[in-house]
Design a protein around this ligand. Structure first.
Ligand SMILES: *Cc1c(COP(=O)(O)O)cnc(C)c1O
Length: 355
């Protein structure tokens, strides 16, 4: 693929190191290409980050044909820049596109576009421990019409943001409320696609949970509200006695790449992870019996997020001693170490940005 590069003539202000936050500062450039039914995907280019033109009739604005990804590039201890598992993100983006009746971006094009954009904005990749360049690929439907059918035109964009260390001040175990009324996703719906509407559907419950002092909600299945599914923007794991469990991908759960990495890592250490349905009753009983040792979320933003308490029907169940469990700690250390280049990349998860 021949990606045209037109460098910006007005570089954007640089954020102060140590004050990067998440998703508030955008780097100088973005990758863009368009799709039409006649020409397929065409005109791949890297240009200055800035506003895009769209008609108000663009169907994404009305019917939410929009999918996205979130992945990171890291500057290693040796200064080289690597992306974490971009092919996995490309494959998921492809599946999301098919679910939403959008033309998939070929996976090799997705990976090449990410690598090229990161190398053009290499100087935006932060070097502080734990900081990263976050990539946000996005496909939106741009055809202007108000009928309900898949759009005939699309835009694929990748933007990037330098983001700070999630745990600059050390791990911060969170309180999570088990949601038993509102619903994010349902089997047969689009819960397993990374699509914008899932987030719109999730905001109200998250807002209510935050008002009550919880960081996020743990969703339960839409039909019975008795099986747990995932947390906000993360998948969830439980350690009950010697068993490590994560809810099986049943169609309503987003198949996280960090989830997969955690499973592969634990299995390489000889710990089997059971992917199965987990009922809230089982979790409450394990807690009562003193066997609920750890619970943690997994996702690209935080890698591993220990849960200190689960709010169930108005009461908090404290997990372990409310601190960071040894499994969550060791998983974080190894994955963050691989990303940073201080631990051996024994699964070949890193892909270099072009030199
Ligand atoms: C992106 C996302 C995750 C985490 O996936 P990763 O690939 O690990 O970043 C989990 N749940 C939802 C709803 C998501 O959108």
């Amino acid at each position: 693929m021949n990606i045209e590069v037109v460098r910006t003539t007005s570089p954007r202000p640089r954020p102060e190191p140590g004050k990067l936050g998440f998703g508030v500062h955008f780097s100088d450039h973005m990758f863009v290409m368009e799709y039409t039914t006649e020409n397929g995907w065409h005109s791949p280019r890297i240009e200055a980050y800035g506003p895009i033109q769209m008609e108000p009739g663009a169907s994404v604005l009305h019917y939410a044909q929009a999918i996205f990804e979130g992945l990171k590039a890291f500057r290693g201890a040796d200064e080289r820049v690597n992306l974490f598992r971009p092919q996995q993100h490309a494959a998921r983006f492809h599946r999301s596109a098919e679910r939403l009746c959008m033309p998939p971006v070929p996976e090799d094009v997705f990976v090449e576009a990410c690598r090229k954009l990161v190398s053009v904005d290499e100087s935006w990749v932060p070097s502080e421990d734990g900081a990263a360049l976050y990539l946000r690929p996005l496909t939106i439907a741009t055809e202007s019409f108000l009928g309900v059918r898949p759009s005939a035109a699309y835009k694929f964009i990748i933007m990037t943001c330098p983001v700070g260390a999630y745990y600059a001040e050390g791990f911060n175990p969170v309180r999570i409320r088990v949601e038993r009324e509102r619903v994010r996703a349902v089997r047969g719906g689009v819960g397993d696609a990374k699509t914008a509407g899932n987030y719109a559907a999730s905001l109200r419950a998250a807002k209510e949970a935050k008002a009550d002092g919880y960081a996020q909600v743990l969703w339960t299945d839409a039909a019975t509200h008795s099986f747990v599914e995932e947390v906000g923007t993360m998948n969830v794991f439980f350690k009950i006695g010697d068993e490590v469990i994560t809810p099986s991908l049943d169609g309503a759960i987003l198949p996280g790449i960090t989830r997969r990495s955690v499973i592969e890592l634990l299995e390489s250490r000889g710990t089997t992870v059971t992917e199965r349905r987990v009922s809230l009753d089982e979790i409450v009983k394990a807690h009562t019996d003193g066997r609920l040792e750890e619970a943690f979320g997994t996702g690209t933003a935080a890698v591993v997020s220990p849960i200190k308490a689960l709010g169930v029907d108005g009461k908090d169940l404290t997990i372990g001693d409310g601190g960071v469990g040894p499994m969550a700690q060791s998983l974080f250390d190894e994955i963050a170490g691989i990303q940073r280049g201080t631990r051996e990349d024994r699964f070949h998860w890193l892909v270099p940005a072009e030199g």
